[in-house]
Design a protein around this ligand. Structure first.
Ligand code: NDP
Length: 310
């Protein structure tokens, strides 16, 4: 019986593991991949203590730190079922392992949003990608398009520009609406390999064996067909409602878990942290996710102490 089971191994979950184990709680963290979406970040330049670090490297540092104080970390497993009985939680994973915990911290983050256009599914892995950082390497000297206007799209374009011949950024609104930090936007706008196409959506992705063009809803330079060999869909992320629903967690209209200031939820014994919550004024940064992980773990400790079981 664990004092706390942390579901998810991004910055929120890993930070919760550090705090929970230092509070001497019997702690288990379960995650398919250590680091979560941090692995997909090109460069991180706003996490205190690291002026500039690659996502994968920071994820590795988080992992080493998270297991340093006795938290048990299981990777390569995904939680598929949560049951509550007699005040305890029973967790089942996709490889059939079962674990019991007195409390839970849900830190499952977000999954990539899909565009839902023709060709997207068909050419997935054949020119369509959701991770510029992971796949840029395959597009050396090629012409590619990035769809979106947030930090993922802009930093993805910068990463791609290191190897590709040309990078189009296709954004549905204007330059003034771009959401990435201005420092990233400036770098992308001044990069000679990157060309922005504003006020435009991609309607369709076409190709034969692999992608060879996208169809635009607003002709660019007189043409609604743009020849590209890669399409990077970087249009943000959405919560996965499966686990929150199983536990009966209250969510808002976007599906994010409603949390109180102490990261508790409407279900006794269940806490939540990171991008999947309404916490931190919905600022979705590594530093805020890590902070919520700490708050959740300390709140679990206080909760168990109140119950006399900590
Ligand atoms: P965001 O939600 O910030 O941005 C999503 C972008 O996709 C928006 O520009 C949005 O357009 C566009 N979009 C959404 N749906 C569609 C659609 N159906 N069709 C076309 N365009 C669409 O997500 P990000 O993943 O970029 O960033 C999430 C968080 O992660 C942010 O807090 C960001 O700062 C952080 N991050 C930090 C990084 C770093 O520091 N290295 C790297 C990546 C992310 P519109 O603007 O019109 O709504």
């Amino acid at each position: 019986m664990y004092d706390v089971i942390i579901i998810g191994g991004g910055p929120a979950g890993l930070s919760a593991a550090v705090y929970a184990s230092r509070f001497k709680m019997k702690t288990l963290l379960i995650t398919p991949v250590i680091g979560g979406n941090v692995n997909e970040a090109f460069l991180i330049e706003n996490y205190l203590g690291f002026k500039s670090i690659q996502g994968g490297e920071l994820a590795q540092k988080f992992a080493e730190h998270a297991s340093a104080y006795g938290a048990e970390i299981k990777t390569g497993e995904r939680v598929v079922k949560i049951e509550k009985a007699n005040g305890y939680f029973t967790i089942t994973t996709d490889i059939g392992n079962i674990y019991d915990g007195k409390t839970l911290i849900l830190a499952t983050g977000l999954k990539k949003r899909k565009l839902g256009i023709p060709g997207e599914e068909e050419f997935k892995g054949k020119g369509v990608s959701y991770c510029a950082v992971c796949d840029a390497f395959f597009f050396r000297d090629k012409v590619v398009a990035v769809i979106g206007g947030g930090a993922s799209a802009i930093t993805g374009a910068l990463k791609l520009a290191e190897v590709a011949k040309k990078v189009y950024v296709i954004y549905r609104r204007g330059k003034e609406n771009l959401r990435a930090e201005p420092i990233w936007i400036e770098r992308a706008l001044s990069n000679p390999k990157i060309e922005f196409i504003f006020h435009t959506n991609v309607k369709e992705i076409r190709g034969n064996e692999s992608v060879n063009c996208v169809i635009l809803d607003n002709p660019y330079k007189g043409n609604d067909t743009l020849d590209v060999e890669g399409v990077f869909i970087e249009i943000g992320s959405i919560p996965d409602l499966n686990l929150p629903k199983q536990v009966g967690l209250e969510t808002d209209e976007d599906g994010t878990i409603k949390v109180n200031e102490d990261c508790s939820t409407n279900v006794e014994g269940v806490f939540a942290a990171g991008d999947i919550t309404t916490g931190s004024n919905r600022v979705r940064q590594i530093i805020t996710a890590a902070a919520e992980g700490a708050i959740a773990a300390i709140s679990v400790f206080m909760y168990l102490k109140r119950k006399g079981g900590g």
